[in-house]
Design a protein around this ligand. Structure first.
Ligand SMILES: CC1=C(CCC(=O)O)c2cc3nc(cc4[nH]c(cc5[nH]c(cc1n2)c(C)c5CCC(=O)O)c(CCC(=O)O)c4C)C(CCC(=O)O)=C3C
Ligand SMILES: [Fe+2]
Length: 412
């Protein structure tokens, strides 16, 4: 396949960190060859009979922590002593991750939204790494007679950890549950630039910047740090369709930059057009020090803020769907501490969580697949969207862990 029109036209305007470019205001015709062939978009209606909300999962008490971490690192032979080192965030919070409760709330909110629109679609919840597992969700759905399932994963951007690993685990769960050939599972497209996902971030950034302005701090002294999960650079380079040049950091970084640029551009309404300095930063690095991961680390950037003349910092958890451990520990604990050390007032803005715009946007995304909405009509706030319904073989693959069968993609 040749390069996409969206690449030839130029992706979302790229700019150096700290500068703000005016995004192209002209309406962008949807010209992707994929849209023309329908190859990567499912534009015919599908009569799904259940929705599966798929998430990461987390421990519910101290005794769960090591078994949970064994699940997360399965297949990599990491000894328990080493796992205990990464367990400290969970130990600190009584062994309880907030993520399961957040997913229960999101599931209830999705059910309420479906009911309010008069749509009958049962919702099942299952996790990749903790109970209820994906396998439990598929088993329960099949037990109640559902066969054509749509999976909604709580992960917005494209990379091995946030897309393909879900699809691999879906395939494995269907096999482990003995449901091969009895159920099918499709997956809702990645939603990094869907208006429902972006709205809560925009709201948070607008409010935080407005409040610093009210305190008499100039826009040019308010630094906005868009933070996301660092991943190995090798994963980042393979995070999108391979026939497109995404630039350094692959599709994963390009998607985050495009959304950040959109938010900063809209922020002009709050600052009276004045620009704020901003940057994409990374957090929650793990893995051996010899393995390169995306940089700079948020704490290193915060340490340099006084030298850059910053008087305030707004921390935007752009890569995260809810206030799970990465947000509570790495941002609310560590990054806020880093800001206190250099004496700069800091605000961490909200995650989408169960914000009404997000919940309603997720149901819109589900209905796109139920109704087979043409790609050209699907909401997206950046030039990179709308993202594809089906991922092609090789996209987001993990070269370290090797090939595994995955659901909801195009067969090799
Ligand atoms: C991109 C990304 C997201 C965002 C997208 C999404 O939301 O899916 C995410 C989310 C999450 N990650 C989580 C937890 C963990 N991630 C780990 C390890 C890793 N994550 C990675 C990437 C990501 N992770 C990577 C490249 C590794 C190294 C593994 C390797 O080398 O291949 C480890 C192992 C220990 C360690 O290595 O630190 C844990 C415990 C939780 C649950 C939090 C809670 O409990 O509230 C959530 C939502
Ligand atoms: Fe993670």
């Amino acid at each position: 396949m040749t390069a996409y029109a969206r690449t030839a036209r130029g992706r979302a305007p790229r700019c150096e960190d700290g500068a703000v470019t005016a995004p192209d205001q002209s309406p962008v015709p949807f010209a992707s060859p994929a849209a023309a062939t329908g190859a990567e978009f499912v534009e015919t209606p599908v009569d799904y009979d259940a929705l599966v909300l798929a998430s990461f999962g987390g421990p519910e008490g101290q005794d769960d922590v090591i078994p949970f971490l064994r699940n997360v690192t399965r297949g990599r032979g990491i000894p328990d002593e080493r796992l205990e080192e990464v367990a400290h965030h969970y130990r600190h919070f009584g062994g309880v991750s907030p993520i399961n409760e957040q997913n229960r709330q999101l599931k209830a909110a999705l059910e309420a939204e479906l009911a309010s629109r008069g749509i009958e679609l049962p919702v099942y919840g299952g996790n990749r790494n903790w109970a209820p597992y994906l396998e439990d969700a598929f088993t329960a759905a099949a037990h109640e007679g559902h066969k054509t399932l749509l999976v909604l994963a709580t992960s917005a951007y494209s990379s091995y950890s946030s897309d393909r690993q879900y699809r691999e685990d879906i395939a494995r769960a269907i096999t482990d549950a003995g449901l091969e050939g009895r159920v099918t599972a499709d997956k809702v497209r990645l939603f990094f630039d869907h208006p429902g996902f972006v709205a809560p971030f925009q709201e948070g950034v607008d409010a935080a910047v407005a409040s610093f302005l009210e305190q008499g701090i100039a826009a040019s002294d308010i630094h906005v740090l868009f933070s996301t999960h660092s991943i190995p650079t090798a994963d980042a380079e393979r995070s999108g369709p391979r026939d497109i040049d995404w630039g350094e950091g692959g599709a994963y970084v390009a998607q985050h930059r495009a959304v950040a640029e959109h938010i900063v551009h809209k922020l002009g309404a709050v600052t009276g057009g004045a620009t704020v300095p901003w940057q994409l930063v990374f957090q929650s690095r793990s893995g051996p020090p010899t393995q390169p991961w995306l940089e700079p680390d948020i704490n290193d950037v915060i340490a340099e803020l006084p030298a850059a003349g910053a008087k305030a910092v707004v921390i935007v958890p752009l890569g995260f769907v809810s206030d799970h451990m990465e947000v509570l520990w790495d941002l609310d604990t560590e990054a806020i501490e880093s800001a206190a050390e250099v004496g700069i007032p800091a605000v961490r803005t909200q995650t989408p969580g169960i914000h009404p715009a997000f919940v309603s946007g997720l149901i819109d995304l589900v209905l796109e697949r139920v109704e087979g909405t043409p790609a050209a009509e699907r909401p997206h706030l950046t030039d990179l969207g709308p993202w594809y319904d089906v991922t092609r073989p090789g996209d987001c693959e993990n070269v370290r862990l090797g090939f595994k069968p995955a659901a909801a993609g195009i067969a090799p």
